[in-house]
Design a protein around this ligand. Structure first.
Ligand code: ATP
Ligand code: MG
Length: 347
């Protein structure tokens, strides 16, 4: 367990093991994926998709699910609406072994968030109803369970309408309690990329944007210049680059690694799955190169199944994939993870 062991006291009374490796707060969303629609979408026509899948979505829920599949103890904090979609995402996360004991019932009238993703050949469109994600407040978060974790992760900052103003307090409290903190901004639907996120970075240990988000956050369309700007603001910057893999910068150290080559079903949640793999290594104090390699491996593996989590439900396939990519050390932890009750990518 090594780096995952945390001492509660230096006074010689021994060490207490933290209850969670990671606590994640945020969105539990459903993703409705439609495949094969034309790029041009004329109004008032009935346009037929070639395929449909309805799966667990939400950046933070996908990261939580896949961290648990890799063998981490994960606590998840969110609002649960009183609807069928909430029962669905609860079951998906519980089957993966994610602790939901501090999920809070949403106030009456608030429904689970849903994203409709149109998977075109060269691009995708995403339409989102944020629902419970936007309604999550600081008062809904169980701060004791956060304090009982080694690490705190936050995703989709710009969707957190009712939490956003309190994120500085939340992250400061994480730092005061000795947690490390990671943040995946994801897209800003308003396109404003407010300065409030940059102001938070003093409390962030690992910033995990994709290329587009890197440029928008830095206010610079040149990726290298944007990286140069952001890397000075955080101890560790990790930029996800889709098929080009990822680059991580810590101080003067820079690691760039290509993506793994796989047969891709869809790339939904690849970034969130990358986060799971990278953080798995980060939590164990691995060197940067190994963290990026497992991040790329996890991102690629997620693309071999529908949405962000379906590939990870098949633990035997996950173990085979990791072995094929030289990640043998992770295998024992995958084997020790709570087995998913269902396997395979279909439903
Ligand atoms: N088609 C692919 N084949 C192999 N690996 C991929 C593919 N797409 C993504 N990845 C891996 O997943 C990682 C994250 O993907 P990406 O850069 O698309 O993140 P993102 O834009 O944050 O995704 P998300 O839609 O989850 O927010 C990449 O760095 C890469 O390692
Ligand atoms: Mg992303």
């Amino acid at each position: 367990m090594g780096a995952r062991m945390a001492c509660a006291s230096d006074a010689g009374f021994g060490c207490l093991v933290k209850r969670f490796d990671v606590v994640i707060a945020g969105e539990a969303n459903m993703d409705l994926l439609l495949y094969g629609l034309p790029e041009a979408l004329p109004a008032d026509r009935e346009l037929l998709a070639e395929g449909m899948q309805f799966v667990l979505g939400g950046s933070s829920a996908i990261t939580a699910h896949n961290l648990a599949a890799l063998g981490n103890r994960v606590g998840f904090l969110a609002l649960a609406a009183d609807d069928a979609f909430a029962r669905f995402w609860r079951a998906e996360l519980e089957n993966a072994g994610v602790d939901l004991s501090h999920v809070v019932a949403a106030r009456a009238g608030i429904t689970t968030g849903v994203s409709v993703l149109l998977q075109h050949a060269q691009s995708r469109r995403i339409f989102t109803w944020p629902g419970t994600t936007a309604a999550l407040r600081l008062a809904d978060l169980d701060l004791d369970s956060i304090a009982s974790a080694q690490h705190f992760h936050l995703s989709s900052y710009f969707l957190q309408r009712d939490l956003r103003a309190d994120v500085p307090v939340l992250l400061r409290s994480c730092k005061e309690q000795g947690l490390t903190v990671s943040l995946d901004p994801n897209d800003d639907p308003a396109g404003e990329w407010g300065h409030d996120l940059l102001d938070l970075l003093g409390c962030v240990d690992v910033l995990m944007p994709n290329e587009h988000e890197t440029c928008r956050l830095a206010g610079d369309s040149d990726l290298e210049r944007a990286i140069e700007t952001l890397r000075r603001k955080v101890p560790l910057l990790v930029v996800k680059r889709g098929l080009q893999g990822a680059v991580a910068i810590r101080g003067e150290q820079r690691v760039a690694m290509p993506a793994c080559s796989v047969a891709c079903v869809d790339a939904v949640g690849a970034g969130d799955s990358f986060n799971a793999g990278f953080l798995h290594g980060y939590l164990r104090g691995w060197d940067l190169e190994r963290c990026v390699r497992l991040g790329n491996c996890s991102g690629a593996f997620s693309t071999t199944g529908v949405g962000g989590t379906q590939a990870f439900r098949d633990r035997a396939a996950l173990a085979q994939f990791l072995e094929r990519h030289g990640e043998t050390e992770v295998l024992a932890e995958v084997a020790s993870a709570v087995p998913s009750r269902r396997t395979g990518n279909g439903r």
